[in-house]
Design a protein. Structure first.
Length: 333
C-alpha cells in the first residue's frame, strides 16, 4: 500500500478593508503607476483593528473544511504557516485548533515566510505518507500589515493580509486512481512531490529587524528588493525543474502554475521559463498584493472556486521568501 495525500478541499479569507495604490499614495511618496509597473500590485486587504492572524486563519479553515465536506473532529494535524503569529507563543495553529472545537491531534506553526505554505505542504504530506497523520488542515495566514514600516515606501506598498487553507487526507494510491488508467504514478490525484530548500547566508536581504530574543520588539520588514528579485528568478527556475524531473514530467504537462504572489515580473519570468501562456498562470497579486504564506492558498482557492482548476489537472506551486527559503510542490488536483 502506498499512501498519497489527496487535497479534498480549499478555502480562503480576506479582511474587509481594501486599500488601493492611490489611497496609499496620499500618505507615502509613491504612485499607482510605480507600484503597478514594478510589481503588478493594484490593491491590498488590511486586517481591522483587533482582527488577528488567527481570525483570518479560522475563517479560511472553516471554508476549507466546508468545501472538503470534513468535520473538524476528523482532523488530526493542524499546521499554520505564518510569520505574523498572534503571539510569540503559543502557536497560532493551537488557537485555531481550539476555536474549531478540536481537542485531539497535534497543532503547530511553520515559519518559512513567503515559502511557508510550500514548507507546510511538505511537512503535512510527509506526516501523512509516513502514517503519523490521516487528515491534515494546512493553513497559510498572515497580517503582514502589522510588521511593515509605513514610512518605508520600498516595502509598505508591497504586502497585504489574508489567509488560505487546504484539507489533505491520506489515500491509498491505487484507490486514488494511480495506475488504473495506464498513466502510472503521476496520474493519481494528490501531492506528487514537494521540494524545499534554504540558504541562510542571504539572511540579511529580507528580514525583520526585531524579535523576542534580540530587541524584544516585533520589528519591521527590511528588504533589498533588487537582490531578492535576482535570487527569486534563479531559485524558482531551478526548483521548478527539480520538481518536474523528480516526477519524469515535462514542462508542457503542467496545467496550472499557482505561484507565490510577490511580483508579477517574477511570476512572468517563471512562466516564460516553463513556456506557459499567461492564461495558465493564476495571478492574484493585483488584487491581494504579497500576503506571504497566504498567497498560494488564496490563489489556489480563487482558481478552484471560479472553475479554472478542475479535478485531474496538474498544478505546480512554487515560492521563495526570507531566509532565504524556497520550494515547490506538484499536485494532481
Ligand atoms: O515574497 C518574497 C519577497 N519579496 C520579493 O520577492 C520582492 C522582490 N523584489 C521586487 O519585487 C522589486 O525589487 C521591487 C518591487 C521591490 C522594487 O522594484 P525594482 O525595479 O527592483 O526597484 P528598485 O528597488 O531598484 O527601486 C527603483 C527606484 C529607486 O529610486 P532610485 O534609487 O532609482 O532613485 C527607489 O527609491 O524606485 C524607488 N522606489 C519607489 N518609488 C516610488 C522604491 N519604492 C518606491 C515606491 N514608489 N513605493
Amino acid at each position: 500500500m502506498t499512501i498519497r495525500s489527496e487535497i479534498l478541499g480549499c478555502g480562503s479569507y480576506l479582511p474587509e478593508r481594501c486599500v488601493t495604490n492611490d489611497e496609499l499614495a496620499k500618505t507615502v511618496d509613491t504612485s499607482d503607476e510605480w507600484i503597478r509597473s514594478r510589481s503588478g500590485i493594484g490593491q491590498r486587504h488590511i486586517a481591522a483593528e483587533g482582527e488577528y492572524t488567527s481570525d483570518l486563519a479560522l475563517n479560511a479553515a472553516k471554508r476549507a473544511l466546508e468545501h472538503a465536506g470534513i468535520d473538524a473532529s476528523e482532523i488530526d494535524l493542524v499546521i499554520c504557516a505564518t510569520t505574523t503569529p498572534d503571539n510569540t507563543f503559543p502557536s497560532t495553529a493551537t488557537k485555531v485548533q481550539h476555536r474549531l472545537g478540536m481537542t485531539n491531534g497535534a497543532a503547530f506553526d511553520v515559519q518559512a515566510v513567503c515559502s511557508g505554505f510550500v514548507y507546510g505542504l511538505a511537512v503535512a504530506d510527509n506526516f501523512i505518507k509516513c502514517g503519523q497523520a490521516k487528515t491534515a488542515l494546512l493553513i497559510g495566514a498572515e497580517t503582514f500589515s502589522r510588521i511593515l514600516d509605513w514610512n518605508d515606501r520600498s516595502t509598505c506598498v508591497l504586502f497585504g493580509d489574508g489567509a488560505g487553507a487546504v484539507v489533505m487526507r491520506a489515500r491509498d494510491e491505487e484507490e486514488s486512481g494511480a495506475g488504473g488508467n495506464g498513466k502510472g504514478h503521476n496520474s493519481g490525484r494528490g501531492v506528487l512531490s514537494t521540494h524545499i530548500h534554504s540558504d541562510g547566508s542571504n539572511y540579511d536581504i529580507l528580514y525583520v529587524d526585531g524579535g523576542p530574543s534580540t530587541t524584544q520588539t516585533v520589528g519591521h520588514v527590511r528588504m533589498n528588493g533588487r537582490e531578492v528579485f535576482r535570487h527569486a528568478v534563479t531559485n524558482l527556475a531551478s526548483i521548478v525543474d527539480e520538481a518536474l524531473e523528480a516526477n519524469g514530467l515535462e514542462r508542457s504537462d503542467i496545467d496550472w502554475l499557482v505561484p507565490h504572489q510577490a511580483n508579477k515580473r517574477i511570476i512572468d519570468s517563471t512562466a516564460r521559463k516553463l513556456g506557459m501562456s499567461e492564461d495558465r498562470v493564476v495571478l492574484t497579486v493585483e488584487k491581494h498584493a504579497n500576503t506571504s504564506a497566504a498567497s498560494i492558498p488564496l490563489a489556489l482557492d480563487t482558481a478552484v472556486k471560479d472553475g479554472r482548476i478542475q479535478r485531474g489537472d496538474l498544478v505546480l506551486l512554487e515560492a521563495m521568501g526570507g531566509g532565504l527559503t524556497w520550494g515547490a510542490g506538484l499536485v494532481r488536483w
